[in-house]
Design a protein around this ligand. Structure first.
Ligand SMILES: *Cc1c(COP(=O)(O)O)cnc(C)c1O
Length: 247
């Protein structure tokens, strides 16, 4: 855990062990599902942990990392600019942070409204950078009429938001992401939730075969995500340790 006194060598051993355990879980789940291991990409979620951990993870072979708060992510990405990393932004995003996120992120996973699409597009164009890969966050609880206040687009809003991303200069529609719902018909059933996401992804790919990323599964439910057909799992605590509760 952050804040505990451990030597650099001990921390490296902890991270190596965490990575090996997660790698083993992914490999077993792929095997059980009859999927090739290379169909699933591990994204390591480094939020709350220091840039030195990101550096050590890179030395251990990690190439995909994720953060969920802009201020923390911007500082870490700057501290790790010399490393061959792909940065994923997986948190809720305010439009006034679009310019900052676009300065370091390769992928944004939680796009849930047209105003954010407009803001990201404008930021990419003014930065003159390579296209930003965009995933729509699907709020499966909204299918049960719940979760009005939480992030994510309702399943019946996916097609329209996808069209907005496709039409936006500087953005590439990469696919869909979700977090297993805590409420509604899918509460307590991450496997069913992820299977529903995969179904929505199938219909999206009917219009746009390149939008094939399915980002689902975290430390607690990565097996269910692999079984359901996720292409990317986002794993934090199972690699880095349990985060201190947010204050
Ligand atoms: C923190 C976070 C994760 C990783 O969660 P763990 O339970 O630590 O694996 C995945 N996705 C998102 C959007 C997150 O915020």
């Amino acid at each position: 855990m952050a804040g505990r006194l451990v030597s650099a060598g001990e921390r490296r051993a902890e991270l190596a062990a965490g990575l090996a355990r997660v790698e083993e879980r992914i490999a077993r789940a792929c095997d059980a599902a009859g999927r090739a291991r290379d169909e699933v990409t591990l994204i390591v979620v480094t939020k709350t942990y220091p840039a030195q951990d990101v550096r050590t993870l890179a030395e251990l072979g990690v190439r995909q990392v994720a953060e969920n708060r802009d201020q923390e992510a911007a500082a870490k990405a700057a501290a790790c600019a010399d490393l061959p990393l792909v940065w994923h932004f997986v948190g809720q995003l305010q439009t006034n942070k679009a310019r900052s996120v676009v300065s370091y992120a390769d992928y944004v996973h939680a796009i849930d409204r047209a105003r954010l699409v407009t803001a990201l597009s404008a930021a990419v164009v003014s930065a003159g950078r390579a296209p930003l890969h965009c995933l729509l966050q699907v709020a499966l609880e909204k299918e049960s009429g719940l979760g009005a206040g939480r992030g994510g687009v309702a399943p019946d809003g996916v097609a329209e938001l996808a069209a907005a991303v496709r039409a936006a200069p500087g953005l590439r529609l990469a696919g869909l992401m979700t977090v297993a719902p805590l409420a509604g018909a899918y509460a307590g059933s991450p496997g069913a939730a992820f299977a529903r996401l995969k179904e929505i992804s199938r219909s999206l790919r009917g219009d746009d075969p390149a939008a094939n990323m399915v980002s689902a599964g975290m430390s607690a439910d990565l097996e269910e995500a692999v079984t359901a057909g996720a292409t990317h799992v986002r794993v934090g605590s199972a690699v880095l340790g349990v985060r201190p509760a947010l204050g």
